[in-house]
Design a protein around this ligand. Structure first.
Ligand SMILES: [Zn+2]
Length: 57
């Protein structure tokens, strides 16, 4: 499982935790999140790859 950093606000999406507020189940890989998903903190669009940085373990 990986973590993804929002390049705009610093929010971290953790694949282990998902995003329950948006209906993203724990264990959901970032690439499996619907393209309509947005950063819960700043609204950065998931489908714009420049908004997200993969954090290595
Ligand atoms: Zn953000």
């Amino acid at each position: 499982m990986s973590k993804w950093l929002c390049n705009i606000c610093g929010f971290v999406y953790d694949e282990e935790l998902g995003d329950s507020d948006s209906g993203i189940k724990p264990g959901t890989k970032f690439e499996d999140i619907p393209d309509t998903w947005e950063c819960p903190e700043c609204g950065a669009n998931k489908k714009n790859p420049s908004n997200w940085i993969k954090l290595e373990d």
